[in-house]
Ligand binder design. Structure first.
Ligand code: PLP
Length: 394
């Protein structure tokens, strides 16, 4: 593409369909497979769930894997497996989907937030040790937008300080660290299959565990604490919930799993094009913050730019409204957690985590999904730059 904002094709706004921020890619074979499940007479947890778990386990190098109906309850169950509750502290980032810290509250423990690294937008590993107390039981790191937290540093700290790790890898399915797949190593690793994730099961998630014994316990937490034996034996030893995945959902996941590399490769190509366009000097001058250009580890779950907040004469919400008017979806991932009312009422306040607060105020997620085209990327960049350039203080 030529430099500047002259584009290979003129975009006629009215003729273009709405470009969402994200959209799952569901093939006809998967849709037919779902219909087959619906007709089979067995639509809740059954053979497809078993097959999905077996294939996920193979994907993660043979580690035990169990599926659940969300990537939220996966983390809650991991916390319960560790016996974390009242009086315990769990370290995490304030810049994540609120599920990450809500599950800590849900089990009765206290989240301890640590500010982020402005470069990676992930938890700042240099600040973790200062947050560890005698009550710290676990760390929940989050791979924001699919960029993995440095696992070498993370586990060096966790092992030395004898703290467990529940990796919130909701966004990093297919990402790697030092050439190894996220999930194929480490302590507990939790994934989400929500429709905006790199692979989906409509709703759903999975937890990679350390042993079959843990997996058996996870099954109890997944379904009312029930343990079955023989034809009619049943016992309940603990309070479990209702977190099982359906076969319909698992069939969707089974159709998605073999396509993960293809999906992620497409995301990478689109992100490279975004970065190429946004790195042109006349565009760079507007001061948009770009994500770390990591093309070895990240699955590029999202493409997020940082708006030049204090230089702009309109708010982020107005930028989003103007993008919508131009037929382009966008999103905010995320407003910082500690400034939500629930968390303010627990004692957090503005200024506690200044780097996360600044990023949370200015971050904007742009469209990125495998069926997008390079022309779609051009369209987004053209509209975004038109909006930014018209509303920037010189
Ligand atoms: C970082 C992070 N953690 C946890 C979750 C929770 O996953 P789910 O929506 O499947 O419960 C999500 C999903 O959006 C997420 O992005």
């Amino acid at each position: 593409m030529a430099a500047s904002v002259s584009y290979s094709q003129d975009i006629v706004k009215a003729a273009l369909p709405f470009l969402p921020m994200t959209r799952p890619t569901l093939d006809e074979e998967t849709i037919a497979g779902v219909v087959e499940v619906l007709r089979s007479g067995w639509i809740t947890s059954g053979p497809c769930v078993k097959e999905f778990e077996t294939k996920l386990s193979a994907y993660f190098g043979g580690r035990p894997v169990r599926t659940f109906n969300s990537g939220t309850c996966t983390m809650e169950i991991a916390l319960r497996l560790l016996g974390i509750g009242q009086g315990d502290e769990v370290i995490t980032t304030p810049l994540t989907w609120v599920a990450t810290s809500n599950v800590i509250l849900e089990v009765g423990a206290r989240p301890v937030f640590v500010d982020i690294d402005a470069n990676t937008r992930n938890i700042d590993l240099n600040k973790i040790e200062a947050a560890i107390t005698a009550k710290t039981r676990a760390i929940i790191p989050v791979d924001l937008a699919g960029l993995p937290v440095d696992r070498a540093r993370l586990y060096e700290i966790a092992n030395r300080r004898k703290i467990r790790v529940i990796e919130d890898a909701a966004q990093s399915f297919g990402s790697t660290f030092n050439g190894k797949r996220i999930g194929s190593f480490g302590d507990f690793v939790s994934f989400s299959f929500h429709p905006n994730k790199n692979i989906t099961s409509i709703e759903g998630g999975c937890l990679v565990l350390n042993s079959e014994a843990e997996a058996k316990l996870a099954e109890q937490y997944r379904l009312q604490g029930v343990i079955r034996s023989g034809n009619d034996g049943m016992d309940v030893e603990l309070v479990g919930g209702k977190f099982n995945l359906t076969d319909v959902a698992a069939r969707v996941g089974l159709g998605q799993l073999p396509r993960i590399d293809e999906f992620n490769q497409k995301r990478i190509l689109l992100v490279k094009y975004y970065l190429e366009l946004l790195s042109q000097p006349e565009i760079k001058a507007y001061g948009l913050g770009l994500p770390l250009a990591n093309f070895t580890d990240s699955n590029w779950h999202m493409f997020q730019v940082l708006l030049p907040g204090d230089r702009m004469t309109i708010k982020r919400s107005e930028v989003m409204a103007k993008l919508t008017q131009a037929g382009i979806g966008s999103g905010v991932h995320y407003p910082v957690i500690h400034l939500f009312s629930l968390y303010r009422n627990l004692g957090w306040k503005e200024g506690d985590f200044p780097i996360a607060e600044n990023v949370g105020r200015n971050l904007l997620t742009l469209p990125l999904f495998p069926s997008m085209t390079h022309a779609d990327v051009e369209r987004v960049v053209k509209e975004l730059i038109a909006i930014v350039s018209a509303h920037i203080r010189s």
